[in-house]
Write a protein that binds this ligand. Structure first.
Ligand SMILES: [Zn+2]
Length: 473
């Protein structure tokens, strides 16, 4: 490689715990993301959390850190990074700068402490390090006798505030310039609320995610139709629809989609349907999402102009306290009152959604809908896999038979599919000569590598594709 060396401290051979380092020399590095591991790749009880996520790589040489977006598998280890002694700035987009303190607060409560004074002190530190960088503008991060390094954030269409990062490095000694692009998580076109990502003009090296590098998503119109059908079927059966979803991003996009369905609905079933967001965190994010209107896409702005409120409609109900949560679970299990429940965690590895699943999975009148990626080793993955064949899942240590209907709506994925990932590469004016695949399971990475090589040889491009898994530190 002409300039810089890329190392991975996570997400090289899996889909969680993203943390990449661009090393310029022994004393200069740029860190891109610092995420938590989830599912099989991490998680094994609360006690091990601290140990497991401790940052063990050196931090003295990290001059700056860039956050691509605020999902926990990209920023969840920030407290551990600061605890390890990182003192530099944290660059991110303006919306991410507003969302990051909320995410960090949640990560602290889960992994570190419930002491509010300590949390507030810590958040002060995070806020003081945040350096929001507007999209589309170069920003110089390092400028000294040896190196000049600048970054530019571009919209990634994955969640509000998400970005991919272009990194220009100029080394004075060799006179060499090198552009590395870190994709972060790339969204699919036509995501609710978000404009589609556009490819960068050029890259020498591209570090790209490959979560869905082996498959194609359904069309947006089909997925909406399918969501409508699943919901109406559950409503006719007098059952509830449980949707496990990340508190940030998925929940708000689902609300946006549901508002659209309610707005268009002919069937009276939709009129008294309650939409329950059972997560105080998701409710807080939704509030911030509402304030971040300037970053919504054109379709969302059209809805607003026509007098609609895409993220706050009449039938939306938020469950706050734990007591109220338990009452809601019980109420839905006993009465069969039709409702749609959106609750975290997105992969059913914990959180309030687990209580709903324990109570409702055994009853065929209810439905579970997955709208996001389910990592290996998560309860979500087991329900997705064994549910449709009448199997069971272990939740909180107890076996639960799955009789509720289980549907996966791939079209709602926040991640680009194989052709969209390939388009990201193909549509560059000057495609990269080196591509490093990260953030994907090893067999998926191998399939995507073959697909890129097939395109490159057909188009006469010289490109070397390496798998992050081979360079994992
Ligand atoms: Zn993400």
């Amino acid at each position: 490689m002409a300039s810089g060396q890329i190392e991975h401290h996570g997400a090289a051979k899996g889909v969680t715990g993203s943390c990449h380092r661009l090393r310029l020399d022994a004393i200069h590095s740029l860190l891109v993301d610092c995420g938590l591991f989830q599912g099989e790749e991490g998680e094994s009880g609360a006690d091990s959390t601290l140990e497991q996520h401790r940052v063990e790589f050196p931090v003295d040489d990290i001059q700056a850190m860039v956050v691509t977006h605020v999902h926990i598998d990209h920023v969840g280890r920030l407290p551990y990074l600061l605890a390890a002694g990182y003192r530099g700035p944290i660059y991110c987009s303006p919306p991410s700068a507003q969302l990051l303190p909320l995410v960090t607060e949640d990560a602290l409560k889960i992994g570190f402490t419930r002491d509010t004074r300590l949390i507030e002190r810590f958040l002060q530190v995070v806020r003081s390090r945040l350096r929001p960088v507007p999209y589309g503008q170069w920003h110089t991060v390092i400028d000294n006798a040896s190196h000049r390094l600048r970054i530019k954030l571009k919209r990634a269409g994955h969640i509000l505030g998400s970005a991919y990062v272009e990194v220009d490095h100029f080394e004075h000694r060799s006179g060499k310039q090198h552009r590395t692009v870190f994709s972060g998580d790339l969204g699919a076109p036509y995501s609710p609320l978000l404009p589609a990502p556009k490819s960068p003009y050029r890259a020498d090296t591209l570090v790209i995610e490959s979560t869905y590098g082996d498959r194609l998503h359904e069309e947006r119109t089909t997925r909406r139709q399918r969501l409508k059908i699943v919901i109406e079927k559950a409503l006719e059966n007098q059952g509830s629809v449980i949707i496990p979803a990340f508190s940030i991003g998925r929940t708000q996009e689902l609300l946006y989609e549901l508002e659209g369905l309610i707005h268009q609905a002919q069937s009276p079933l939709w009129k008294d349907l309650e939409i329950i967001v059972d997560s105080p965190l998701a409710a807080r994010f939704t509030e911030v999402y509402r304030k971040l209107k300037p970053w919504w896409d054109a379709e969302a702005h059209r809805r607003v102009r026509s007098g609609r409120h895409p993220l706050s409609f009449d039938s939306l109900y938020t469950v706050a306290s734990h007591k109220e949560h338990l009452q809601t679970v019980d109420y839905l299990a006993r009465t069969g009152r039709p409702a749609i429940v959106i609750a975290a965690s997105g992969m059913a590895t914990g959180g309030r959604v687990v209580n709903y699943l324990k109570r409702l999975l055994g009853d065929p009148k209810h439905a579970v809908v997955f709208v996001g990626y389910q990592a290996r080793g998560t309860a979500g993955r087991d329900i997705q896999r064994y549910g449709p064949i009448g199997g069971w899942v272990v939740l909180d240590g107890q076996r639960v038979d799955i009789r509720a209907s289980v549907t996966s709506l791939g079209g709602y994925s926040a991640h680009a599919d194989q052709s969209q990932l390939l388009n990201f590469i193909k549509r560059m004016r000057h495609p990269p000569s080196h591509i490093r695949l990260v953030h994907g399971e090893p067999d998926v990475q191998a399939i995507f590598k073959a697909r890129i090589e097939q395109w490159a040889s057909k188009d006469g491009c010289e490109v070397e594709v390496t798998l992050g898994a081979d360079q994992l530190l």
